[in-house]
Every structure is written in C-alpha cells, then in structure tokens.
Design a protein around this ligand. Sequence first.
Ligand code: UD1
Ligand code: CA
Length: 467
Amino acid sequence: MNTPRPAAVIILAAGEGTRMKSSTPKVLHRIAGRTLLGHAMAAARATNPEHLVVVVRHGRDAVAEHVTSVDPQALVADQDEVKGTGRAAECGLGVLPEGLTGTVLVTYGDVPLLTGETLADLLASHTTQGSAVTVVTAHVSDPTGYGRILRDADGSVTGIVEQKDATPEQVAVREINSGIYAFDATVLRASLAVVGTDNAQGEKYLTDVLAIARSEGGTVRAHLVEDLWQTEGVNDRVQLAALGRELNRRICERWMRDGVTIVDPATTWIDTDVTIGADTTIEPGTQLLGATTIGSAATVGPEVTIVDCEVGDRAHVRRAEAHLAVIGEAATVGPYSYLRPGTELGAKGKIGGFVETKNAQIGDGAKVPHLTYAGDVTIGEGANIGAGTIFANYDGVAKHHSSVGRHSFIGSQTVVVAPVTVADGAYVGAGSTLESDVGPGQIAVARARQRNVDGWVERRRAGTATA
Ligand code: UD1
Ligand code: CA
C-alpha cells in the first residue's frame, strides 16, 4: 500500500502569544534545542507533504526568516487583519496552487510535542474513511478554554463550539478540539468562503468548517488521541517549561531504550538533534546540546555542558563545558575544563583540571593536564604541557599562533609568548618565558639563573625560628 501523502500541511503561527510577555514571538521560544515552530515544522515535514506552509503575522519578519532558515522549501503566508484560525488557514491556502486537491493537514506552530507519526495516523484514518474533515480530539479532565466536540445521538461529529459561544450543556463536554485537522482541500476552500465572524470573538473560526462540511454531505470524523501531551500548546512560560521537561523525558527515554545509560534523567538535558552511541553512560547534571554527537562506550558527566561537539568512543568527559570542540576516541577531559570553539583533542589525549583551550589542536596521546590556557596552538602527538603553562596568544592587538612539536615537553609554569614554534622532540625548562623558537633536540631555558647567598638568614633574620 502506498503511504498517503498530504497535498499540503498548513501550520498556523500568526497568533500573538501575549501571555509569554516576551519581545520574542512565541513560536520562536525554544525547548530541546529547537524553536516551538521548528518542532512543528519537523513533524509536518515528516509526513512528506507536497507543500509546507507557515502562516505568519505577529513578529512577521523574525518568524518568516526562521521558517526559511529551518526549511528553505517551506512557504510563508501572511495573514491579514481579519482575525481567527479560519482566516489563517484561508491565507495559507492562498499561497498554494489554485484548485489544489487532496488532503490538507492543519496544525499549530505552538504545539511542539505533536509527532510526525500522529500526523501520519491522522492522514491515514482520514484518507481510508474518505472523509471531508477529520479533527484530532482528546478527552481531558479540564476542558477549560478549548473548543468542545459536538456529537449527535448516534455519536457522529456534528461540529465544534468554542467555550465562549457554548451553552452550559456544551461546556460540560470533555472531548476537546486539539486544533489539528485533516481536510479535503476542496471542501476546506469552499467552506472557508462561507464562514463568517458572527461569534463571541468576532473571528473567522476554522472550527466552523466542520458543520458546513457536514451540511454539504461530507463525512466529518474525530481522530481521538490518548497521548495528551501531543495536543498541548504553549501559551505561557509555565507551559513552556512543562512541555520542555516532558519532551526531554521522552528524548532520554528513547536513548535509554537505544542502549544508553542515563543515571538521572531528571537532571540530564538532551537536545532533539543530539546522537549518542550504545553503552555510553551519561552521569547526572549533564546537558548535551545543539548538534552534539557522542560515540559509544563513552562516559559524559557528572556536570558537563557540551554544545555542538563531537565526542569519540570511550572518551571520558567530566565536570566540563565545551563548545564546538572535537574530543577524540578514549580521550579524557576534566574535571573543571573549558573547551572553546576549535578545540580538537586527539585519541587518548588529555585536557585536565582547570584547563581552558581555544582553537587548539592537541594531537593523539598529547597531554595538557593541569591549570593551563592553550589558545591558538597546535600541540603534536605525545607532547606534554607542564602544569600552569600559558600560551600567551594575544599581544593586545592581534592573536598569534604557536606550535609544540611531537613528543616535546614543556616544563611547568612556562609562558609561550606567541608566535613561537617548539620543534618535535624538544624540551623547555620549567618557569621559562619563551619568546623564540626551539629547535629539535634542544632544551630552552628562559628564566633568571638561581643565585644562593650564604649566611643570608643569620644576617637578615637573626632571632627568628628559621635562624
Ligand atoms: C483554537 C480552537 C479551539 C481549540 C484550540 C486548541 C478555533 C476557533 N478554536 O482555540 O477549538 O480547542 O485552538 O488549542 O480555531 N492563529 C493564527 N491566526 C489567528 C488566530 C490564531 O495563526 O488569527 C494560530 C495561533 O498562532 C495558534 C493557533 O492558531 O498557533 C491557535 O490559536 P489560539 O488563539 O490559541 O486558538 P484558541 O482560541 O486557543
Ligand atoms: Ca491556544
């Protein structure tokens, strides 16, 4: 059987979202590393529609720009000053080919947990039944604020009434309209043309399409979902956090089922686009963000925040923060290390305690174990950087690059005043301030020679315990 394909998905995202109390449009707020709209668009795209439309108005330019950056194929439709979900859907149809036929799915930009599978189920049930309209509904304990599903004596759906327009009897109904629908395109277009604004809110309601389609002889059905989170919208920041936590719980659960140990899912935050290999352990207090990938049999955490990083198999990263860094196979990082963009740590390499790195390529097996700043430096394989070494890359005007050759050894408390090249197989004495290059096989010692003064304590500290 062919998987049905919607002619279009229209995502309504023109509403104002006043309860967010934000200068950022509501649908651009984020959970799990994506905007609310980004989640909605991913679910829509998963149904493989011929056209994907996002209807915008509030925060128009920012939202439109985001739509295009997430999905360059998506179409942006502007809603005019006529208010309501019906008008929004109509404006969405307006950017589609005239006379489009097939199924049009309508969803919201602020319902981030809705999945592509649920949309696919909706589409399948809609097309199998040959319906004119199928609305996704849910039974809830508190239906306040939602549109109520109206059914006749034999249980078939007759329409939807908004709470503000409902009779007390209708208000008591606990089957609600999720706002997610499948429509026959022709029916949707024809019905919207006759929907008015004669209601409590003076808006053009998309919900009115159901009764109109039915009166024209079309089949109108409900597609009941059990997973209420999938129909939940974000209206304020309390809901944003609640949906964010639930989405994170789902993401953690998915990785655990795929063979990842997550010691404490409640304090582990994993963005949607992260990938993790089997047999990796995530310790408590860890955030894996952005486009991070973690290999297998690695240990990450406790207390690690990594953003857009690549962590190799069997690597061990604890109590660290890393951005745009690559951590090689079986390498170790932390505790208390800060890896900034451009850090590349080779296989079995080490970035130890209280070390900051930036644009630092550290070779296989090389070690930067303690209290170091390594900025703009290339460190060859097997090299050892002594405790307290500073690569002084900035002269107050420009940044300069240094390099340390393979298997070289930098003594503790060295300042490398960039640009300096230390060759392969060279040594630098502890406490040096290095301003020029060191050749292969050499040792450089760049510090004052030690001077011991006989009898000094007796002369200058007479009468003390030391004397
Ligand atoms: C709507 C439904 C209601 C349903 C509820 C589910 C109507 C008339 N009512 O009510 O039956 O239970 O959703 O959450 O459809 N939007 C636009 N343009 C507009 C108005 C809204 O794009 O002019 C978008 C919003 O950005 C939002 C969605 O449509 O994504 C829903 O809008 P909202 O105002 O929250 O609708 P409700 O009144 O909650
Ligand atoms: Ca709403």
